[in-house]
Design a protein around this ligand. Sequence first.
Ligand SMILES: [Zn+2]
Length: 465
Amino acid sequence: MSAPGLQADLLITGATLITLNAERQVIEDAALAITGDRIVAVGKREALASSIVAREVLDGRRFVITPGFVDGHIHITGDPITRGFARGGPDDSWSDKLQRWVIPIFKAQTAEEERIAAQVAALSMIRYGTTTFVEAGTVIQLDAVMDGLAETGIRGRVGQWVEGRAFDPNADQAAASAAAIAILEGEVERYPDEGGEARLAAWPILVGHSTNSDDVWRAAKALADAHGLRVSAHMSPRSGDPEWFLAKYNRRPLEHLSDIGVLGESVMLTHLADIDDSELDLLVESGAGAIHCPHAALQGGFGLAHIGKFPEMLDRGVNVTLGTDGVAADILAAGRLMASLFRDARRDQELIPATAILEMATLHGARAMGWSSRIGSLEVGKKADFVLHDTDLPEWGPIFDAVGQLALSAPSSGVHSVWIDGVRVLDAGRATLIDEAKLRADARQAGRAVIARTNLPNRTPWPVS
Ligand SMILES: [Zn+2]
């Protein structure tokens, strides 16, 4: 629908729209118009095109258009410039790898290196159609990262690394909590959310696991609720977190978080591979969101095929959102991996259908962020965040079912162009706002510099000469 004689900045005609609106309409030979940062018309080309006066008209006949995707969990610094460096050897335990390899690599970064890494992450996400992300709470130099992200045009929420638990029994726990809470309050004030309208802002994102005291958890939740923000945190990828919470509180992690009043709609927890039925009930009752990162789970050997409860979460209305965890930027691949894993584990080929994959990557992401009225579907009034998928690639063939083909078989390289906030940030596969060649060169140099600073050995699996 649109008003007669509508003025628009851009009109795309002839494309197939996967709208993700309430009726889940797929519109062939469609028209989509935007003005400024908003979608102003969506419908059949025949009905709309003649009534819209646009500054630019784009022939969309070769494209399927979807809303931009949401990556619910990604580490945007550290990983993007050091991904290829082995973290520990086969004899190192999960926590050894974390303590002796992963964390030292993160902490070795300079502000400029984090800035470069964040830009690499943003560009990688955009190239796979992700227009909005939630960072994982492992940014150290927040100002540099925000500055770098702003240049890329991406929409996201980022948190500074906060560790408020004094593991040493002789340390001053109250002081550690106060310092962590001061960081949370400071970042939220410096990078305000503006009621969700800011393209980039800080949220009280926690590393999670056992890294924060109850006071820090409560402060993060209170900050989020007072300002309409969200708390995000890692929890229970494997048995370590349940064991730690049981030993300390005689409660499983989600039981403890519920006890202290921090489970709720404004909280989203990443991984949740090792949860029991009582914790699943708490997720359902509290409305807390679950972020599932299939790449991390499968590559990390979390045992999801045996203990994962994501199909049950979806069945019971838990808002499950996909994340990449920085292992890969390809969010649709994450959905395919999730579907494949649980179909195989449950011997049920109908489980997690193509529609669910697209809903998780769009509507669920929007809901997790509290932004259902802002992003997640192609509807009038929503942000102009959308993706053109190129169906001229041979892998597409003729289109009989755009939803099924996109979700389950379209090539990841099929993202042709991406708009965020009405700005074309990717045009025919090329970034429009940043110099990709310079960023690539800077990233190689930065990654080598970080690793050199850690003095960690490069353990390639085969000898390199
Ligand atoms: Zn993570």
